[in-house]
Design a protein around this ligand. Structure first.
Ligand code: SAM
Length: 268
C-alpha cells in the first residue's frame, strides 16, 4: 500500500489548523489560479475543502471533482462548500493510487499538501498524469520545513521542527519535498515545469500573518506532534516545551518568521 499514515491526524484541532492555513495562505499560494470556463478539474486530496473553497469561487464556470481517501474529511468538505453556496464542486472518495477515472478525463489537476505525506510521490504523480488530458496542467503546492528560519533564533525550536521532519519521514512522508517539486515533475514526464517559491514572511507589522501563519499554522503544526515526539523518545519533555515556547517567542513584537512554499505547474 502506497499511502502513508497522515502525520497530522484528523482531529478537530487539525481541521482548524488547515482552515486557518487556507485563509492566511489562499491568496499567496493559489489565489491566482483561474481555470477556464467548462474545464474539468480534479482536486486530489482535498481534505476538509479548505483549498476547494477558493479554487471553486475563483473559477465559477469550471467543474471541480474533489477527491480524498478520508470519507470523514469529505463530509466536512461537502458542508463547507454548501455553506458557501458553491455549486461547481462534486466530491468523491477515491485513492490517488487507484483512481477510478478513465485516462485523459481531466483538463487540469490540483494537488496541495498531499505529496509530502506519500511514500511514493512520483508514483502518485504518474497515476494523476494518466487521468490528465494531453496538454492539461498539473499544479502541485508543497511546503518545505527546512525553509523555516526565524528571530530570535533557537536551537530548541529547530530541534522541535527536526522532530516533525523525522516523524513524517518515519511514516514514509517527506516534509522537505518543496525543494524537490521540479525534479519530481520533470522526472514524471511533465513538460514546461515552472516552480515559483512563495515566501511567507511575518513580523508584528503584519499581525494577520503572525496569527494566521506563525502561531496558528506553523507552531500549531509542530505542537500537533508533541505526543508522538515524546513517546518515540526523540526528545525530552523539557526541551520540547522550550522549543515550543521559543517558536511562540518569534510571534512577539520584535519576532520574525520566514517560510517558503513551492508551487509547481507542469504540462502533460
Ligand atoms: C494535509 S491534507 C491537505 C488537504 C488539502 N489539500 C489542503 O491543502 O487543505 C492531506 C490530505 O490528503 C489525503 N490523502 C492522503 N493520501 C491520499 C490518497 N492516497 N488518496 C487520496 N487522498 C489522500 C488525506 O486524507 C488528507 O485529507
Amino acid at each position: 500500500m502506497k499511502r502513508t499514515s497522515y502525520v497530522h491526524g484528523y482531529s478537530v484541532r487539525e481541521d482548524k489548523r488547515l482552515e486557518d492555513q487556507a485563509k492566511t495562505l489562499a491568496e499567496l499560494l493559489h489565489g491566482d489560479i483561474v481555470y477556464p470556463a467548462g474545464s474539468r478539474v480534479l482536486e486530489a486530496g482535498c481534505g476538509i475543502g479548505a483549498k476547494t473553497v477558493t479554487l471553486a469561487a475563483n473559477s465559477p464556470a469550471a467543474k471541480f471533482l474533489s477527491i480524498d481517501i478520508s470519507e470523514e474529511s469529505l463530509q466536512k468538505a461537502r458542508q463547507l462548500i454548501q455553506s458557501k453556496g458553491l455549486t461547481n464542486v462534486e466530491f468523491q472518495q477515491a485513492d490517488i493510487f487507484n483512481l477510478p477515472f478513465p485516462e485523459e478525463s481531466f483538463d487540469h489537476i490540483f494537488v496541495c499538501f498531499v505529496l509530502e505525506h506519500l511514500e511514493a510521490p512520483a508514483e502518485a504523480l504518474i497515476r494523476l498524469k494518466k487521468v490528465l488530458r494531453t496538454g492539461g496542467t498539473l499544479t502541485a503546492i508543497e511546503g518545505d520545513h527546512g525553509s523555516a528560519y526565524f528571530y530570535p533564533d533557537s536551537e530548541y525550536a529547530k530541534r522541535n521542527i527536526r522532530c516533525l521532519i523525522d516523524l513524517q519521514a518515519k511514516t514514509g512522508g517527506n516534509s522537505l519535498i518543496g525543494r524537490q517539486l521540479y525534479p519530481l515533475l520533470t522526472g514524471c514526464g511533465f513538460r514546461d515545469v515552472r516552480v515559483t517559491p512563495k515566501a511567507v514572511y511575518a513580523d508584528s507589522s503584519r499581525p494577520e500573518m503572525v496569527e494566521g501563519f506563525t502561531k496558528n499554522t506553523f507552531t500549531a503544526m509542530v505542537e500537533g506532534v508533541r505526543e508522538q515526539a515524546l513517546s518515540s523518545g526523540m526528545i525530552d519533555e523539557k526541551s520540547w516545551e522550550k522549543g515550543i515556547a521559543d517558536l511562540y517567542r518569534t510571534s512577539e513584537s520584535d519576532g520574525v518568521f520566514n517560510y517558503t512554499f513551492f508551487k509547481a505547474v507542469g504540462v502533460k
